[in-house]
Design a protein around this ligand. Sequence first.
Ligand code: 5GP
Ligand code: ZN
Length: 119
Amino acid sequence: RGGEKVTDCVFCSIIDKEIPSEIIYEDDKVIAFKDANPQAPIHFLVIPREHIESLNSIDEENLELIGHIFYVIKKLVKQMGFHEEGYRIVNNCGEFGGQTVSHIHFHVLGGRKFSWPPG
Ligand code: 5GP
Ligand code: ZN
């Protein structure tokens, strides 16, 4: 599965299909699924199969994985046809960053205009 399953991790359970989700893409390294509480008309999450807590836990051996995640996002966004109008990618890291699930994930939000700064 690409690393140890963390039993109390909701995203590890989604990877192992113990918790149902609307998976839109999967390969040997990552899966993408719709966010259960969407903040935009399009809102999905891309996560590595390997349980990595947050960006703080990334090291050199994960660099290819992070690059792969962004390349998957680019391809999905293009396939889904909202690459031209634009979109937002978000990584919340740690308590002050608003991270609620301790398995690194990248939010992809689209289908509406976003403001900046995020607040
Ligand atoms: P965070 O706040 O950690 O950056 O984002 C966690 C995201 O995971 C939230 O947007 C939340 O809606 C989503 N989420 C939490 N639990 C589940 C779940 O069981 N299924 C799905 N599809 N999304 C979830
Ligand atoms: Zn996990």
